[in-house]
Design a binder for this molecule. Structure first.
Ligand code: PLP
Length: 391
């Protein structure tokens, strides 16, 4: 399967392309949709086969056989991430936004402060707000190589004492920082010291670049498992977010019982399509496909970074994984409305506004590179033209 194969998603009720005009004012006919974290590749054959298999039965009734689903998740986590996940510890949710919102409600109280390391995936703050909790932003810092780092020395001076839980994005969205074992251990020590629970959202775990290894939090820092919730899903890696299926894993039985007390009352069950597609994804065929996707994404990133860095005043942050590039427009001296309108109106690109990702994101836009190479090339040339006066 070639990732270069163009598919036109316009007019198919695909949010990424069909919401581009209403949300960003970018014309549907020739705009480029580079915002929401959804890739433009055709579903791989093993996913299509699973879907066809379901279709062929013509039977969409109540189902059993969930052990195969759990076994596939267990196999994947062990095979790809050296993580032994206990089936007893797992809960299936309607995707991870849902899993995070449930976890917040099950394990914290309204008014509790929830730590996020900003700039970060904007839905963290939205879920915190929607559930009546309070966002506590701890800003990331950029090191001399341009990578995001956590700055615990500074964070120690910023705490109010009302913080109850930390939300980590690992790898980080935006810019795909792949946290090291040492960094994860430092975070674990911080959580233990301040008696904080920890959600490690590892939805982007599979999308790492060459030389990078994602380390699941329970592998990096087993000392923190009694306060840990790990969220995973096949949705980003295999682009099956429409199946709305995610896994919340809670290794500690005591913490799990607290989660379960809330979860039970929601009476949620997995859906058949999500189960079948996840099973198909977490397979040897899925592993082989992913190993061809990752270099393609990395090459998209290299091409994009080279093109962006050639524009005076713009800088693409170095990436270690994911397809969510993070471009700083600070060097242009333009205010947010000016650089944003150049991107939306002149370049006709829908990108995610950085300020929505919290403190530190104000001068940035996030560009989704999970698309055909030709789209990335087109985006670079449109951006170069839109900022040509800076040359
Ligand atoms: C870090 C992170 N967590 C969660 C989600 C949402 O996942 P879902 O579609 O399963 O709700 C996303 C989607 O972009 C994400 O980037």
């Amino acid at each position: 399967m070639s990732f270069d194969q163009k598919i036109d998603r316009r007019g198919t009720d695909c949010s990424k392309w069909d919401m581009m005009e209403p949300l960003f004012g970018v014309p549907a006919e020739d705009g480029l949709a580079m915002w929401v974290a959804d890739m433009d590749f055709k579903a791989p054959p093993f996913i299509q086969d699973a879907m066809k298999g379901l279709l062929d039965t013509g039977d969409y009734g109540y189902f059993c056989g969930l052990e195969k689903f759990t076994q596939a998740i267990q196999w994947w986590m062990k095979e790809r991430h050296q993580w032994d996940v206990d089936p007893e510890a797992m809960f299936t949710t309607y995707g991870l936004g849902n899993g995070i919102a449930i976890t917040l409600q099950a394990l914290t109280e309204p008014g509790d402060e929830i730590i996020t390391f900003t700039p970060v995936y904007h839905e963290f703050a939205n879920k915190i707000g929607k559930t009546g909790r309070v966002v506590k932003e701890l800003p990331l810092v950029t090191d001399e190589t341009g990578l995001y780092r956590m700055d615990f020395e500074r964070y120690e001076t910023m705490l109010s004492g009302r913080e109850k839980l930390v939300m980590l994005c690992s790898p980080h969205n935006p810019a795909g920082r792949v946290w090291t074992t040492a960094e994860l251990k430092e975070l674990a020590a911080f959580c233990i010291k301040h008696d904080l629970l920890l959600i490690s959202d590892e939805i982007h775990m599979d999308l790492t670049y060459s030389g990078q290894q994602h380390i699941p939090m329970p592998v990096a820092a087993p000392e923190v498992v009694d306060r840990l919730v790990i969220t995973t899903s096949a949705s980003k890696s295999f682009n099956i977010a429409g199946s709305r299926t995610g896994t919340v894993s809670i290794p500690c039985p005591k913490l799990r019982a607290r989660f379960e007390a809330f979860f039970r009352g929601l009476d949620m069950q997995p859906n058949l399509m999500g189960v079948r597609l996840t099973q198909a994804a977490y397979s040897p065929a899925g592993a082989a496909w992913l190993d061809t996707l990752k270099p393609y994404l990395e090459q998209n990133y290299q091409l994009f970074k080279d093109g962006i860095d050639a524009i005076p005043g713009l800088g693409a942050m170095p990436m270690q994984g994911t397809y969510l590039a993070w471009v700083d427009f600070a060097g242009t001296g333009m205010d947010r409305s000016e650089f944003s309108s150049r991107v939306a109106e002149k370049a006709r690109i829908a990108a995610t506004p950085g300020h929505t990702l919290g403190t530190g994101g104000e001068t940035f836009l996030r560009f989704n590179l999970g698309t055909q190479r030709a789209n990335v090339e087109e985006a670079v040339s449109r951006l170069q033209a839109a900022f040509a006066d800076l040359q």
